[in-house]
Design a protein around this ligand. Structure first.
Ligand SMILES: Cc1ncc(C[n+]2csc(CCOP(=O)(O)OP(=O)(O)O)c2C)c(N)n1
Ligand SMILES: [Mg+2]
Length: 605
């Protein structure tokens, strides 16, 4: 699915494979231990990397990866926190559409990883997570530590927001378990899977070698197509429509898929709405794109398009019922609704991330990538045309206070004509400020609203794009950055060039707006909204924090006039192979649309 060029190695982009080389074992190296079978299966599945934080519960597997596999396919990526390990794997999947592995230590490492697992789950991204437990056989447990790190049902910690989990009791069962987990995680609707490896199973000597298998035979393709009569029903509605509207949601990073969507919208002269929660789905400065993409709420142009539509098509839009509620209140739209989604196949009773139940006059129970070419053919659309890049003027920076839009405009100016992937954007981001013209221009947010996903997602995206010619940039809020900034160390150690810009408003500002809302409703002083929210006194020296982990740190930039020059220097440093962080002190504030949405209903009458 991915459209990235194959990784190449240059002086600025040395191969990861040259790093962390183990001393070679002398003599024969046949699988002799339970965990060797696990490692061998990961190798057979061509898992490139395993992001991890170590622990005794999987010391057997750790040894097998280093000394049996030679720390290659998968190669270890050491992380300083399990949340970062999983969010790196999540960021990698956002680009490639495929799972890499993450490993976490027994119950405690898994506890740390939970939020990142939830983010990947809500984002429908694949991650193959390996964990471990102290010996299931109580007689084999070391005193105290093996007991506290053994739980009767460890998978219960994450079962509600993973697609599948298992605790295999033998090397043969572990091999099958990994094959199944890999297959399930990579099958749409995608989501993380978890395997808990018993310490004793890993550390036991293999009684006899396992019968060899061809792993490909256990990973059958699951590509499917909507029934022709359903495609026809949808196409008939679309052909008769005067004002069709597409809400383009969860789609892949494939350029073919992108071109098909553009061709379909153009063939129908349909308005298109996209959103910032998800990766780029359609050129945002295309004349058919209605307004700018919004974060949580539909913008006014998007709402107007939905209101005047006679046929509405959802290409796996995350919250279709919510979009209707915001536009029409409690009455469902009069327009016919075509839903393209197979997401309902993984909805469960625990997590409400499935959102409200939207009306669906026609449901194509497949992915948008599977449905759009069929719809295009059925409506008689032409051949997909390649996306056309357009030049747009960048508005001048403000002369007064430095605001987030200044940061974005200056960054665009410094980036110039380079191919850039935005791996993350701050909550304060205004969708109108940065056009997306390629599926890799933006890979979407952290998915589950779990703050702290930004830095790890950025590293994972940069890992997937390393050597591709695309520069990875993550714009993180200061709250987001501080929660997981140790992701930097992993990027530096593994020589994964990238730029993180911190939109540093010195606050968990989103929640200042919430406090303002409550204060207004209660007629209490809004001036107090900052208390328990503001991250100042002391201000955090983010550039020094970056340097302490071996990254280059710039800033704090406090004047708009310094922005472009600083970003140009930062970009040059990334192109020279560095991990770079720029601290930009921005005035607190969200886009007018986002602020209005958060404070709606509190206006003084
Ligand atoms: C793990 C987690 N903790 C707390 C929150 C609540 N929350 C939502 S946005 C936000 C503020 C984030 O601050 P920052 O990244 O600096 O962005 P800003 O709003 O300041 O632009 C917080 C604390 C959350 N969503 N996730
Ligand atoms: Mg902030």
């Amino acid at each position: 699915m991915t459209t990235t060029k194959a990784s190449t190695t240059t002086a600025a982009h040395p191969s990861l494979r040259e790093l962390d080389r183990p001393v070679k074992l002398t003599g024969a190296n046949a699988p002799g231990w339970g965990s060797d079978v696990v490692a061998e299966t990961l190798r057979a599945l061509e898992i490139p990397y395993i992001a991890l934080n170590p622990g005794a519960s999987y010391r057997g597997l750790h040894d097998s990866i280093v000394n049996f596999l030679g720390n290659e396919t998968p190669q270890m990526l050491l992380c300083l926190h399990e949340e970062v390990a999983v969010s790196i794997a999540h960021g990698y999947a956002k680009v490639t559409g495929k799972a890499m592995a993450a490993a976490v230590h027994s119950n405690v490492g898994l506890f740390h990883a939970t939020m990142a697992i939830f983010n990947a789950w809500c984002d429908r991204m694949p991650v193959l997570i390996l964990g471990a437990t102290g010996p299931v056989d109580a007689a084999k447990r070391r005193p105290w530590i093996d007991w506290i790190h053994t739980a009767a049902d460890q998978g219960a910690i994450i079962r509600n927001y993973t697609k599948w989990d298992d605790q295999p009791a033998s090397p043969a069962a572990a091999r099958e378990s990994i094959l199944r987990a890999h297959w399930i995680t990579n099958t749409a609707p995608m989501g993380p899977t978890y395997i808990n490896l018993d310490a004793e199973m890993q550390e036991n000597k293999l009684a006899e070698p396992l019968a060899p298998i061809d792993v490909k035979r256990f990973q059958p393709a699951t590509v499917t197509a909507a029934a022709p009569e359903l495609v026809k029903q949808a196409a008939d509605l679309l052909k008769a429509a005067k004002n069709p509207v597409f809400l383009m949601g969860r789609v892949s990073r494939s350029l073919d898929g992108w071109n098909h969507r553009v061709a379909l919208a153009e063939a129908l002269n349909a308005k298109v709405i996209t959103e910032l929660k998800l990766g780029a789905a359609f050129p945002t400065d295309h004349p058919l794109h209605a307004g700018a993409p919004g974060g949580t709420a539909l913008g006014p142009d998007a709402q107007a398009a939905v209101r005047s539509a006679d046929v509405i098509v959802s290409l796996d839009w995350v919250d279709l019922a919510g979009a209707f509620k915001a536009t029409f209140g409690d009455t469902p739209p009069q327009a016919k609704v075509i839903v393209v989604s197979n997401d309902f196949r993984i909805h469960n009773g625990w997590s409400m991330d499935y959102q409200g139940l939207p009306p669906a006059d026609v449901l194509l129970p497949v992915t948008p990538e599977e449905a759009v070419p069929d719809l295009l053919k059925a409506v008689g659309g032409g051949k997909p045309k390649p996306a056309v890049a357009k030049k747009t003027e960048i508005p001048p920076l403000s002369t007064d206070k430095l605001v987030v839009n200044d940061l974005v405009r200056a960054l665009r100016t410094a980036v110039g004509e380079r191919d850039v992937t935005l791996a993350h954007i701050s909550l304060s981001w205004d969708g109108a400020t940065w056009p997306f013209r390629h599926p890799l221009d933006y890979v979407g947010s952290e998915g589950g609203g779990g703050v702290g996903g930004g830095p790890g997602n950025t590293v994972g995206t940069a890992l997937a794009l390393k050597g591709s010619g695309r520069m990875t940039i993550g714009v993180c809020g200061d709250g987001d950055f501080m929660m997981a900034n140790t992701a930097l160390w992993t990027a530096v150690h593994y020589k994964i060039p990238m730029l993180i810009v911190v939109a540093n408003n010195r606050s968990f500002f989103n929640d200042e707006l919430h406090q303002e809302r409550v204060a207004r409703i209660r007629s209490r002083p809004v001036e107090n909204r900052w208390i328990g929210q503001r991250i100042s006194e002391p201000d955090i020296d983010i550039a020094t924090l970056a340097r302490s982990q071996g990254a280059q740190g710039f800033g704090p930039v406090t004047k708009t006039g310094d922005l472009v020059a600083t970003f140009k220097q930062a970009i040059a440093a990334v192109e020279a192979g560095n991990v770079v962080v720029v601290d930009v002190r921005v005035e607190p504030g969200y886009s007018a649309v986002a602020t209005a949405a958060m404070l709606r209903g509190t206006e003084k009458k």
